[in-house]
Design a protein around this ligand. Structure first.
Ligand code: FAD
Ligand code: 2HG
Ligand code: ZN
Length: 476
């Protein structure tokens, strides 16, 4: 073992190696603190060549590797197992923006660049990188691509898979595949890029990416809206596409329970509306068309106000606050984005990151809430999410005062009931967070034999020694 550590040190130097227990700790547990693993070392290469050399050494020594970015994943995919035989390979020193091409609308980055840095760099060049999620201040683009992250603008721009043109990958054998092609069209055989995207580090390590950029929006309207029901939210969205001239960029649904947790636990949060309602929508429209100074034309805020007025007459809206400036819009967004934090501070929760088709949301919701309550009558449903994508965080908070052990005794009953319904509605048991370690058994249960066998065949072919993030997604 000393020999392995010394050989790793020779590749990444002292700066790239963490061996002391205090220093290792943040890399050994996940954001939700569901798992606490052990690792031989935390290895932090600074270049693709160093990643490749580390992987080659580990392949020769049969040491498994857990790739890690910002460690904000929800499924324990970036956390090592408890046996302490793996290394964590963190990409957090590979954090350089390599190129920005404003003519071709692309940006080339290393995998460890923080998502917010990418958004800010694009904005400085009057461009937009549209991936946007609550963890954007700490997650990395490598982690986003490896989980095929979604977030709050998928509705308009697509999920991470749709925002990338090319990637560079270090294979489980330590070879470098340079797929950094900035091509919109490329039909040359099997799509290797799409294989690694969403693979959660089980097929190789993403080291660089060419990202797509969009023009920066110049006119944005944001509203915090109380609605009578999830059905009304879906109908409101359906009409908004045309009313906004196809400029809906976000449509997030929230139940009151999650908002209360944010107001209770996240300092500085304030309720945008005076009255309390059961359901809310955060709606955002944005356009790249700037309002010309002095011109007598209607901007998105006026259009949205008119639309919400009509919707109110139809009973689809109970009350609404339109953001008057950017800081008010940010305050609305903070309430939405702090839902995970609010739930974490409230205590134990069981998360269901599910999707059904948008038109089935209302039926699923009624049945799902009843199923959760049947499994544990005192549980507290916390439903929120990307309703425009049919993706709900159909979460369940423990009854007040319960500890994790008490609550987890109901895990299978609650999640089984929810997932059976989701699958019955033709939906997915993981819309955006992936499988990681937490849902390995669920994936095997809910996906067909032919799908699981095909996935296993791919994994075995690319990683015959099962050293690349073993035990995540699939047991091989
Ligand atoms: P990590 O957590 O470090 O890793 C995630 C997985 O990818 C692991 O399996 C890991 O092994 C692998 N991995 C990481 N980097 C690489 C790499 N370079 N090459 C190969 N494999 C790699 N997700 C959404 O989809 N939408 C949301 O709206 C959303 N909101 C969130 C809000 C909060 C507050 C939090 C804490 C998380 C949220 N997430 C969301 C979950 C999470 O998937 C994202 O935060 C993010 O995509 C993970 O990036 P990361 O760099 O932290 O990856
Ligand atoms: C979000 O949409 C994230 O905020 C996290 O995907 C969801 O905490 C969750 O369940
Ligand atoms: Zn989400």
């Amino acid at each position: 073992m000393t020999d392995l550590i010394e050989r790793l040190r020779a590749i990444v130097s002292d700066k790239g190696l963490i061996l002391d227990e205090d220093g290792k700790h943040p890399y050994l547990t996940d954001w939700r603190e569901t798992y606490l693993g052990k690792a031989l070392a935390i290895v932090r290469p600074a270049t693709t060549e160093e990643v490749a050399a580390v992987v080659k050494l580990c392949a020769a020594e049969k040491v498994a590797i857990v790739p890690q970015g910002g460690n904000t994943g929800m499924m324990g995919g970036g956390t090592p197992h408890e046996d302490g035989h793996e290394i964590v390979l963190s990409l957090n020193r590979m954090n350089r923006i390599l190129d920005i091409d404003t003519i071709g609308y692309t940006m080339t980055v290393e995998a460890g660049v923080i998502l917010k840095t990418i958004q800010e760099t694009a904005a400085q060049h009057d461009r937009l990188f549209p991936l946007s999620l609550g963890a954007e201040g700490s997650c990395t683009i490598g982690g986003n691509l490896s989980t095929n992250a979604g977030g709050v603008q998928v509705l308009h721009y697509g999920n991470a898979r749709q925002l990338v043109l090319g990637i560079e990958v270090v294979t489980p054998q330590g070879e470098v595949w340079n797929g950094l092609r900035a091509l919109k069209k490329d039909n040359t055989g099997y799509d290797l890029r799409d294989l690694y995207l969403g693979a959660e580090g089980t097929l190789g390590i993403i080291t660089k990416a060419v990202l797509k950029l969009w023009p920066k929006p110049k006119d944005v309207a944001t509203a915090w809206i109380a609605v009578p029901s999830p059905e009304a939210a879906v109908e409101l969205l359906s009409g908004a596409h045309a009313a906004s001239e196809d400029n809906v960029t976000s449509c997030e649904l929230m139940a009151r329970q999650g908002i209360d947790f944010v107001l209770d636990h996240v300092p500085g949060s304030t309720d945008p509306l005076q009255e309390k309602y059961d359901w809310y929508v955060l709606l955002e429209w944005s356009s790249t068309r700037a309002r010309r100074p002095g011109a007598n034309e209607t901007g998105l805020a006026e259009k949205m106000e008119a639309y919400l007025g009509e919707a109110m007459e139809k009973g689809l809206v109970l009350d609404a606050a339109l953001a008057q400036n950017e800081s008010q819009a940010r305050a609305f967004w903070a309430i939405r984005e702090n839902h995970s934090e609010g739930q974490k501070r409230e205590g134990p929760s069981i998360k269901h990151d599910i999707s059904v088709s948008v038109s089935r949301i209302a039926d699923f919701m009624a049945e799902g809430l009843a199923a959760m309550k049947k499994a544990l009558p005192d549980c507290r449903p916390v439903v929120f999410g990307h309703v425009g994508d049919g993706n709900l965080h159909f979460n369940c908070q423990s009854p007040p005062g319960w500890n994790k052990t008490q609550f987890m005794a109901y895990h299978h009953a609650i999640s089984g009931a929810v997932y059976d319904l989701v699958v019955g509605h033709g939906g997915s048991i993981s819309a955006e967070h992936g499988i990681g370690r937490l849902k390995v058994e669920d994936l095997a249960h809910y996906r067909s034999k032919v799908e699981i066998d095909t996935m296993r065949t791919i994994k075995r072919a690319l990683d015959p020694q099962n050293l690349m993030n073993p035990g995540k997604i699939l047991q091989v």
